[in-house]
Design a protein around this ligand. Structure first.
Ligand code: ATP
Ligand code: MG
Length: 480
């Protein structure tokens, strides 16, 4: 095993020299710094396992140095060194997360004992870090978070389509992550080191969009002072992401069709034909097929764009992503607002799981950011959520309005259907939550469907002869 690395930080050279000699003798790899700033600069390259830091130092003192290391994500355990007179500072350091402290003058045996303990702690910490990193990996595709089967299916299509040159059309409601998918397609492609150029087609007027996309020649219109390259030229060799493609005017639809067919175009007011090698990715929250039917979008262009379609389901259709997304946004905003938030108080996840999220992931991100800002303790509570999410929990609501006068059978039905909704239709997960068998859920579902279809069914327990392999007896009801 490689020797543990120790960083010694002290403004007193004689103290550093003595410690360095002792620790090197013991077989540690040692680096030294004369103050917090110098030490901070060493952290990324030396990556110490433990830091021995004096509390009182010029520039950046020991405590501030430790905080900066935490902020920048350097993992190391800290042992603070202090003169007897400033024991209080050492106590403060312990409160701020230091592992231990040593009182100066330092004796050899206590340094070694304290360091050994600290290094043990570091090993545990490192195991936990790598576990967390692995968890993150499983839920992450580029910067896209989520572990629902629905999102995994999207990732599968993206992974297969990305390496090709095929045009990709990304469909989905606002806030579902279409832009992130566009970026991931680029990053997964052999073009990843070439430009990724974005154009928001809804943000520009017809004529501005035209010159934005194709460029213009000097004097081609009032204000065209010089020649300007368009986004197609800038994206040469790379990927062009056309956002809100459903909004483009008919005249631009024709031009776009030509680029897609012939890979060539002219600048506005120009004669010269320009050839480009551009991979096109387009996105829209409109139902483009319906736009075609309504005569607002060219059918030929639609087919050219729709070579590979990626449809991002709305968040309410993949509630399984909510826990991982929430954890991700808590981490993100706790960091940016410098707050020590660790998770959710009991009941809060339920409120998040049962909301309908018309604004999708963007709305969830806003809700979590707001909650992080408002939170007083280490956990987000229902009080930190906007009023629309706070109301009574649906399960309570359902039970509350149902119990007086409802039959057990009706209550069971409500419980099964609501639970299924919360777990994105996975009968196995619903069975786990409710503490009943998958078979029973499947049988009940068939029963509810039969009832809805007017087929008479007995309402007593599952009969041995009941056929759970009926049309609904698949593992996951809402998934194909
Ligand atoms: N799966 C996800 N993981 C992490 N962040 C996400 C995810 N999906 C969306 N987001 C975040 O939600 C916000 C909205 O995502 P994005 O801009 O990609 O949505 P969109 O579908 O393009 O929306 P619009 O149609 O309104 O442009 C962004 O801040 C994005 O980072
Ligand atoms: Mg977008």
């Amino acid at each position: 095993m490689a020797a543990a690395r120790i960083l010694v930080v002290d403004d007193e050279k004689s103290a550093r020299d003595a410690l360095k000699a002792i620790l090197t003798d013991e077989g540690f790899e040692v680096a030294e710094a004369a103050d917090g700033e110098e030490a901070l600069a060493l952290m990324p390259s030396f990556m110490p396992d433990a830091v021995l830091a004096d509390v009182r130092m010029p520039k950046l003192d020991g405590l501030a140095f430790m905080r900066r290391c935490r902020e920048e994500g350097h993992g190391a355990v800290f042992v603070m060194m202090t003169a007897f007179a400033s024991i209080e500072a050492a106590v403060e350091a312990m409160r701020a997360g230091a592992e231990s402290y040593l009182v100066k003058p330092i004796d050899v045996s206590s340094v070694l004992v304290v360091l050994e303990k600290a290094l043990e702690k570091r090993t545990l910490q490192r195991d936990a870090d790598s576990l967390r990193a692995r968890l993150h990996e499983r839920y992450r595709f580029h910067s896209i978070i989520g572990d629902s089967a629905e999102l995994q299916a999207v990732f599968d299509v993206v992974k297969r389509a990305a390496p090709t040159k095929a045009t990709v059309l990304i469909l989905g409601e606002s806030g579902t992550g279409k832009e992130l998918i566009g970026q991931a397609i680029h990053e997964e492609s052999p073009r990843k080191d070439k430009p990724f150029i974005k154009v928001n087609c809804a943000a520009l007027s017809e004529s501005l969009l035209e010159s934005e996309l194709f460029g213009h020649e000097k004097g081609s219109f009032t204000g065209a002072i010089g020649r300007r390259e368009g986004r197609f030229e800038l994206a040469d060799g790379g990927t062009l992401f056309l956002d809100e493609i459903g909004e483009i005017a008919p005249s631009i639809q024709i031009k776009l069709l030509r680029v897609l067919q012939q890979r060539e175009f002219e600048r506005v007011g120009g004669e010269q034909t320009i050839k480009v090698d551009v991979r096109l990715v387009a996105a829209t929250n409109k139902d483009l097929a319906a736009e075609v039917k309504a005569g607002r979008f060219r059918e030929d262009l639609f087919y050219r764009l729709n070579v590979v379609a990626v449809t991002l389901p709305p968040l309410r259709g993949r509630r399984g992503d909510i826990p991982a997304l929430t954890a991700h946004f808590i981490e993100k905003y706790a960091k940016s607002y410098d707050k020590d938030i660790r998770g959710l108080a009991p009941g809060t996840l339920n409120a998040l799981l049962s909301h309908d999220w018309p604004g999708n992931v963007r709305e969830l991100e806003n809700v979590v950011e707001r909650a992080v800002v408002l939170a007083v303790g280490h956990d987000l509570t229902a009080d930190d959520l906007p009023p629309t999410l706070r109301g009574p929990r649906p399960r309570d609501r359902a039970a509350g309005s149902l119990i007086p006068g409802a039959t057990l059978h009706e209550i069971e039905r409500e419980a099964i259907l609501r639970t299924l909704e919360m777990v994105s239709g996975s009968t196995s997960r619903a069975a786990e939550v409710l503490g009943i068998s998958v078979r029973k859920i499947q049988y009940r579902l068939k029963e509810y469907a039969d009832l809805a279809n007017g087929v008479a069914v007995p309402s007593h327990e599952v009969a041995a002869s009941a056929d759970p392999a009926g049309p609904l007896a698949v593992a996951d009801v809402t998934r194909p």
